[in-house]
Design a protein around this ligand. Structure first.
Ligand SMILES: [Zn+2]
Length: 212
């Protein structure tokens, strides 16, 4: 954490922070080409979390776009996608990288977004039983007409960002994806930056300073 309202997620690292209803947060890719695995859990009951599959059912889209909401396992809105200053590629299909994934890639013990999730939530006293499908911000996965998926390294430029507003009180976890063995990040891994806002606008001086 660099000051009261800005959190740097180190390269291959993780941060967890609480966002109350109406408050905003912005995720910036300062160097470009970096994917972030985004998770959100209801603060009142972490057994309820942002679900990509429930979101796809609610919005009838594979991938998120500004103005739409993300939904929980109990079909409640948890986050609203407020701004997108990026190429607009954000995946909701690909699982978080994990230990088994890196075993298959010949790098057992490699850092992973799944391990980062557990690390981040443990700082908040939360111990999930599973790893939800994340919203992979800046991750470029495109389905073809035959159903094949094409993976392209993240195309974000330095300073690109996305912004979200909490629809309920929630705990958010952001992992700066450590993937360096598959076409996910463009170079790197590199850090991400989270700016916690006061709800008026992510562009306004933030007033939110609670970080798990
Ligand atoms: Zn990852």
């Amino acid at each position: 954490m660099t000051d009261a309202c800005t959190v740097t997620v180190s390269a291959s690292g993780v941060e967890a922070f609480r966002v109350d209803v109406g408050q905003t947060f912005r995720i910036t890719d300062p160097e470009g080409g970096q994917v972030g695995d985004l998770f959100a859990f209801a603060a009142e009951d972490p057994e309820e979390w942002l679900s990509a599959s429930h979101t796809r059912a609610a919005v009838s889209r594979l991938f998120p776009k500004p103005g739409e909401q993300f939904f929980t396992t109990r079909r409640r809105p948890i986050l609203t996608f407020r701004q997108d200053h990026s190429p607009g590629r954000h995946d909701m299909l690909i699982a978080a990288c994990d230990s088994a994934r890196y075993v298959t890639l010949g790098q057992p013990g490699h850092a992973s977004c799944a391990r980062n999730l557990f690390t981040g939530l443990a700082r908040c006293g939360i111990y999930p039983r599973a790893v939800p499908q994340p919203v992979n911000v800046f991750m470029d996965v495109l389905p073809g007409t035959t159903g094949d998926l094409t993976w392209t390294p993240a195309s974000t430029s330095p300073g690109d960002f996305v912004a979200f507003e909490a629809a309920i009180d929630c705990v958010v976890v952001l992992s700066a994806c450590p993937q360096d063995l598959a076409p996910v990040n463009h170079g790197g891994p590199t850090p991400l930056v989270v700016t916690l806002g006061n709800g008026a606008s992510p562009q306004q001086p933030p007033a939110f300073d609670r970080v798990c």
